[in-house]
Design a protein around this ligand. Structure first.
Ligand code: 6GU
Length: 227
């Protein structure tokens, strides 16, 4: 899979996407991430990419020309399956969308800043608009990093058995069960006996019950979604 990301703050994206599982995915050639700096497409000496809003009001808007020029450049090289704009007024992101997007070959992500991007870019180019939750970030970069990480780890071959995505919270619409490692007794706090029993069926059943219990208590909303 190839993911290109348009940003005016490429530095903000570099570190989160170049460690751990994301780095391994790229080293293995399963994921190619290209961060495209919008700034050189900006106008004038200051390579300006934003402008005042028509109608007045505080805050600048990212203009059509630099974004369109950048998107057209990228489209001339790549046939994107989706052009995604990260925005707090987008569709709320969840695991099901990550699963869908992980099956695509080419994604283009657009990170906005200030008051967002000119509506006409959304109309002309954007195929999907995504928000990562009901709070406001200063720009789309951190949201883009969340998307790339959550999608990247689902690409076949990126995770091994030990890091398998199948047992993650949300993957079966349940939260993950509690986990323990050594020592068995930590300052008098014990690991549940069942996990030491060696009985796989019993352990699997216990984990399922714990997942269900945890989901009922903490996220009854996802249990209702399962109906
Ligand atoms: Cl995708 N962008 C921004 N700026 N803020 C957000 C968001 C995205 N999702 C939640 N808050």
């Amino acid at each position: 899979m190839q993911i290109k990301i348009i940003s005016i703050l490429p530095e903000l994206l570099e570190s989160p996407l170049s460690h751990s599982i994301m780095q391994r995915a790229q080293d293995k050639g399963l994921l190619k991430i290209e961060i495209v700096n919008l700034r050189p497409y900006g106008k004038g000496k200051h390579q300006q990419v934003d402008d005042y809003q028509f109608g007045g009001g505080a805050g600048m808007v990212m203009g059509c020309e630099p974004l369109a020029a950048c998107i057209e450049d990228l489209k001339s090289e790549t046939n994107f399956d989706e052009i995604i704009y990260l925005t707090p007024d987008g569709e709320r992101y969840e695991q099901g969308i990550a699963n869908q997007l992980s099956l695509k070959d080419n994604l283009l992500l657009i990170c906005g800043h200030y008051k967002g991007i000119d509506e006409r870019i959304r109309e002309k180019y954007v195929t999907r608009e995504i928000s990562i939750g009901d709070y406001v970030l200063s720009g789309g970069e951190l949201a883009a990093a969340v998307l790339v990480d959550s999608i990247g780890r689902l690409i076949p071959g990126v995770l091994n058995d030990e890091t398998s995505a199948l047992t993650d919270s949300f993957q079966d619409k349940l939260l993950a069960p509690p986990v323990y490692t050594r020592p068995r007794d930590w300052n008098g706090m014990q690991v549940p006996d069942v996990l030491l029993s060696g009985n796989d069926a019993l352990i699997e059943n216990w984990r399922y019950e714990q997942s269900l219990e945890r989901t009922k208590k903490r996220r009854p909303d996802i249990l209702r979604d399962n109906d």
